[in-house]
Write a protein that binds this ligand. Structure first.
Ligand SMILES: [Zn+2]
Ligand SMILES: [Zn+2]
Ligand SMILES: [Zn+2]
Length: 139
């Protein structure tokens, strides 16, 4: 991303607030999917839970982050690639979760495979979570 967090927010129609800038900067620094709990730990006292929740909600509605499938209870979020807007998300890619460190990452270059379903079903979305070992843990 060549834009500053403030410009990025502006392009997605969001007013710049301290909380939004903090959360966006954290996503950029970490470059992986983050859950509420992880963000809460990373941000510490800088942002309370309720504000964090509202920031994530506005980010998801504005096409800045997308939900990432996870096998845990908590939802994870990851930055969108840039093609997303408040109209529609285009994050039809595969995600990878490491069995060892638990980190989840987007694989934007890996598109979801086409799945043949019965004609009676209208599929609206699909998720695929691959499990294995990331390059740090595979050694
Ligand atoms: Zn998206
Ligand atoms: Zn790992
Ligand atoms: Zn993703």
């Amino acid at each position: 991303m060549t834009e500053t967090p403030a410009q990025y927010l502006h392009h997605h129609g969001l007013r710049k607030t301290l909380g939004r800038e903090l959360v966006l900067t954290t996503f950029l620094d970490q470059s992986r999917a983050l859950s509420h709990g992880e963000l809460n730990t990373l941000l510490g006292d800088q942002l309370n839970r309720a504000s964090l929740y509202r920031v994530l909600q506005s980010f998801e509605e504005s096409g800045i982050v997308h939900r990432v499938p996870d096998d845990e209870v908590s939802v994870k979020y990851a930055l969108c690639s840039g093609a997303c807007s408040s109209e529609q998300h285009h994050d039809n890619h595969v995600h990878f979760k490491c069995n060892h460190c638990g980190e989840t990452q987007c694989l934007p270059e890996v598109k979801l495979p086409k799945v043949k379903t019965p004609d009676s079903l209208k599929v609206e979305s699909a998720e695929l979570l691959l499990r294995g070992y990331c390059r740090h843990c595979a050694a």
